[in-house]
Design a binder for this molecule. Structure first.
Ligand code: NAI
Length: 336
C-alpha cells in the first residue's frame, strides 16, 4: 500500500523502515506536518500516517479524501487532534497505537518530578559555570507525600506503581477503578478532595470535552499552597494562564510539562534562531521552578519499536479488512 508519512522525524524513520520489512508498503517520508496546506502531498496515497501535532481537522480530512486517502494510521495513542465526526462522514478509517510503552511515559513523568523537585535543571547549569553553591536548591522527600493521579489507566497505573515504591500516599481520580491501583492502596476520591489533599498532582487522562482544562483557576484555588503539578498527557488539560497566575502567587510550587496547549506551533523542530511569538509559553520559561520538555515522554527505543510495529500492522490489517477493534477510533470514544 502507498503510505504518506507526515511529520517524519529523523529519530523514527529507521524504526518505521525496519517494521515495514515484512509488510513491504511503499512509504513516502514527508517532513512537513499534515494540515490543509500540506494534505495535497498525499494525493494518490490511500493511507496517511500522522503523529500528535498533525492537524486532522475537517478541511484537511476532506482534502485527503478527495485525493483518494481511505486510512489515517496514527502513530500515537491520543486522537484528540482528529475530527472523528468528519472522518466518519467521509468514510475514512482512523487507526491508532493504543498502547506502546506506558513505562516510557510513566518513567519520564517521574524523571520530571524528581528533576523539578530537586532543581536539577538549575544545579546542572550552575556546576557547568563552576558555581557550586546550594542556595535555592532545597527540595522535599517524595517519601510520605500524597500524590493525586488524574487518570489511572495504563500510564497512570505505572506511575502509581513507581511512586508507591517511593513511599508516597496515592489518590486517584478516574471514571473506572483500577484493581491494580487499588491493590497499591490508592484511594479514589472526587476532584475537590484530590485538589485539597495532594502535594503532587500528575495528569494521565486523555483530552476530551470533559477533561479540557480540568486544571483551571477553580481547581487551583482549592489546591495545597506549593503544590507540584506534572503534565505529560495533553496540553489542553491545563489552563496555562491560570497556571501562570498560580505560579506567580506561589499556589503552584513547581511545574513540569511535557505537553503544552499550543505546542503544535513549537514542538518537534529547532526554533533556536527564531523569535518565539507565544508570550504565554515564553512567560512559562521565565520561572525558575518550571521545567518543560518538548513532548518527549514517549521517546524510548522500546516505545518507537512498538509504535512502528503496530502502525505498519494496522496498515496491513486495513488492506485485509481487519483492523483490531481496540486499534480503531470512532466517535464513541468521546462519550461518557
Ligand atoms: P488509558 O486510556 O489507558 O488511560 C486513560 C485513563 O483516563 C482511563 O483510565 C480513563 O478512564 C481515564 N479518564 C478518561 N476520562 C476521564 C475523566 N473525565 N476524568 C478522569 N479520568 C478519566 O490511556 P494511557 O495509555 O494511560 O494514556 C493517557 C494519556 O497519556 C493519553 O490520552 C495521551 O494523551 C497521553 N500520552 C502522552 C504521551 C507523551 O509522549 N507525552 C505519550 C502517550 C500518551
Amino acid at each position: 500500500m502507498r503510505v504518506a508519512v507526515f511529520g517524519t522525524q529523523a529519530f523514527e524513520r529507521g524504526f518505521l523502515e525496519q517494521a515495514n520489512e515484512p509488510h513491504g508498503h511503499e512509504l513516502l517520508f514527508l517532513e512537513p506536518t499534515l494540515s490543509t496546506q500540506t494534505a495535497s502531498l498525499a494525493h494518490g496515497y490511500p493511507a496517511v500516517c500522522a503523529f500528535v501535532n498533525d492537524r486532522l481537522d475537517r478541511p484537511t480530512l476532506e482534502s485527503l479524501h478527495a485525493g483518494g486517502t481511505r486510512l489515517v494510521a496514527l502513530r500515537c495513542a491520543g486522537f484528540n487532534h482528529v475530527d472523528l465526526a468528519a472522518a466518519e462522514t467521509l468514510g475514512l478509517a482512523v487507526a491508532r497505537v493504543p498502547a506502546y510503552s506506558p513505562h516510557a511515559v510513566a518513567e519520564h513523568t517521574v524523571a520530571l518530578l524528581l528533576a523539578v523537585n530537586r532543581k536539577l535543571h538549575r544545579s546542572v547549569a550552575r556546576v557547568r559555570e563552576h558555581n557550586f553553591s546550594l542556595g535555592g536548591l532545597v527540595g522535599f522527600d517524595l517519601h510520605g507525600k500524597t500524590v493525586g493521579i488524574i487518570g489511572t489507566g495504563k500510564i497512570g497505573a505505572v506511575v502509581a506503581r513507581i511512586l508507591h515504591g517511593f513511599g508516597c500516599t496515592l489518590l486517584g481520580l478516574d471514571r473506572y477503578e483500577s484493581p491494580e491501583c487499588l491493590g497499591l492502596g490508592l484511594r479514589y476520591v472526587d476532584i475537590r478532595t484530590l485538589a485539597r489533599e495532594a502535594d503532587i498532582i500528575t495528569l494521565h487522562c486523555p483530552l476530551t470535552p470533559q477533561t479540557h482544562r480540568i486544571i483551571n483557576a477553580d481547581f487551583l484555588a482549592l489546591a495545597r499552597p506549593g503544590v507540584t503539578l506534572i503534565n505529560t498527557s495533553r496540553g489542553g488539560l491545563v489552563d496555562t494562564r491560570a497556571v501562570i497566575d498560580a505560579l506567580k502567587s506561589g499556589r503552584i510550587g513547581a511545574l513540569a510539562l511535557d505537553v503544552y496547549e499550543e505546542e503544535g506551533d513549537l514542538f518537534f523542530r529547532d526554533l533556536s534562531d527564531e523569535i518565539i511569538r507565544d508570550d504565554v509559553f515564553t512567560r512559562l520559561l521565565t520561572f525558575p521552578n518550571v521545567i518543560i520538555t518538548a513532548h518527549q515522554a514517549f521517546l524510548t527505543r522500546e516505545a518507537l519499536t512498538e509504535i512502528a510495529r503496530v502502525t505498519l500492522s494496522n496498515i496491513s490489517a486495513f488492506e485485509s479488512g481487519a483492523i483490531p477493534p481496540e486499534n480503531l477510533v470512532g466517535r464513541t470514544h468521546f462519550s461518557g
